[in-house]
Design a protein around this ligand. Structure first.
Ligand SMILES: *[C@@H]1O[C@H](CO)[C@@H](O)[C@H](O)[C@H]1NC(C)=O
Ligand SMILES: *[C@@H]1O[C@H](CO)[C@@H](O)[C@H](O)[C@H]1NC(C)=O
Ligand SMILES: [Ca+2]
Ligand SMILES: [Ca+2]
Length: 331
């Protein structure tokens, strides 16, 4: 079925340090080696990718956004779970008012954007994206076992996977139009937001929005993961990475409006898909901060569906658990 799926061995090996350095298991970075894999004839040459910068506020439609009033809030934590992620220290940060999308960007919205602009995502240009092995039929998983990174064997870099084919080259988004778009890079996300007269949120904006006025709480709704036995986010239940019981209702992504919103009216800030922010990771302009964790996160391995948690990917990376939402300045 996936006979044409070919991964140069060297590429996988060169990917391993990224996996190792990110104990999240959610990290999927492209690297310079991957670029050797490109067909130079269409490397970034698509005119369709040249969408003009447009800060015209006439583009801005705030009907699916919330206005978050500027204030001072406590960002980060003095009880970091992952010290190397620099989750701390707790500090006061003051922000201006801004708008934030209520939802992660859906496949429907991204589809409309592509239809209007002819935009081609980086995963489509590279010809592949990172896929969680769960998406593969069981018999195919074995086939690829030996060529994957031993430390994070659940990621497969697969040809033909993109936002349009999110679960494998033969899959479609037909039944997922209200699910978050995935396999979009930071660069793709920036282009989408610009087209809407928006921008990516800064990490501080994202975190203030996640906390929704609550002080030093773990999650957007408080400190208890499942208050009154109710699930408030799409994460992983069961044994990672072998058994996802889907107790919260979803094994893969969930619709963007599933689960209760936080006090600011924002859905799925924690879990479902990771969300790109504007900020550089450790001052590296090619690596960007992502927030919120994903449907693959489990407390035992990637307890990153907390507001203070953070992780990163290179800005051309894409994966099946990484999406975004947009922000805008208050007019
Ligand atoms: C603004 O967005 C909403 C919801 O997506 C849509 O129903 C409405 O038609 C949009 N308004 C304009 C002026 O485009
Ligand atoms: C933030 O500012 C408030 C109000 O001035 C103060 O009570 C609080 O201790 C400060 N938090 C930190 C972490 O400095
Ligand atoms: Ca789930
Ligand atoms: Ca999310």
């Amino acid at each position: 079925m996936y006979l044409y799926f070919k991964i140069p061995f060297v590429l996988i090996l060169s990917t391993i340090p990224y996996y190792v350095s990110s104990n999240c298991g959610c990290s999927t970075n492209r690297n310079s080696q991957c670029k050797d894999d490109l067909d130079p004839s269409h490397k970034y040459l698509k005119e369709s990718n040249e969408i003009p910068d447009n800060n015209d506020n006439e583009l801005l439609n705030t009907s699916d956004m919330v206005l978050i009033e500027g204030t001072t809030f406590e960002m980060g934590t003095n009880k970091p779970v992952f010290e190397s992620d620099n989750e701390g220290p707790l500090r006061n940060v003051t922000l201006k008012s801004f708008y934030l999308d209520k939802y992660e960007i859906s496949n429907q919205k991204f589809y409309d954007f592509v239809k209007k602009t002819g935009y081609t995502t980086e995963a489509e240009i590279f010809g592949d994206s990172f896929l969680f092995e769960m998406c593969l039929p069981k018999e195919d998983r074995k086939k690829y076992q030996d060529i994957r990174a031993a430390q994070a064997p659940w990621w497969v870099k697969m040809k033909g996977v993109s936002w349009k084919h999110p679960e494998g080259p033969d899959s479609t988004i037909e039944d997922l139009m209200n699910h978050p778009v995935i396999h979009v890079s930071w660069n793709d996300a920036v282009k989408y937001c610009e087209h809407e007269g928006k921008r990516l949120p800064t990490e501080a904006e994202w975190e203030m929005a996640c906390r929704a006025g609550l002080k030093q709480k773990l999650y957007p709704w408080g400190n208890k993961l499942t208050p009154k036995g109710q699930h408030w986010a799409n994460i992983w239940q069961g044994e990672f990475p072998d058994t996802n019981t889907g107790e919260d209702g979803f094994i893969f992504t969930s619709p963007i409006d599933s689960f209760p919103p936080n006090k600011f009216g924002l859905h799925n800030m924690a879990g479902n898909v990771w969300e790109w922010t504007q900020d550089n990771w450790q001052n590296d302009p090619d690596t960007k901060v992502k927030k919120g964790g994903s449907f693959l996160c489990h407390e035992s391995y990637c307890w990153r569906y907390r507001c203070a948690a953070r992780s990163s990917n290179t800005k051309d990376s894409s994966a099946s658990n990484l999406g975004f939402r947009c922000a805008a300045d208050k007019i």
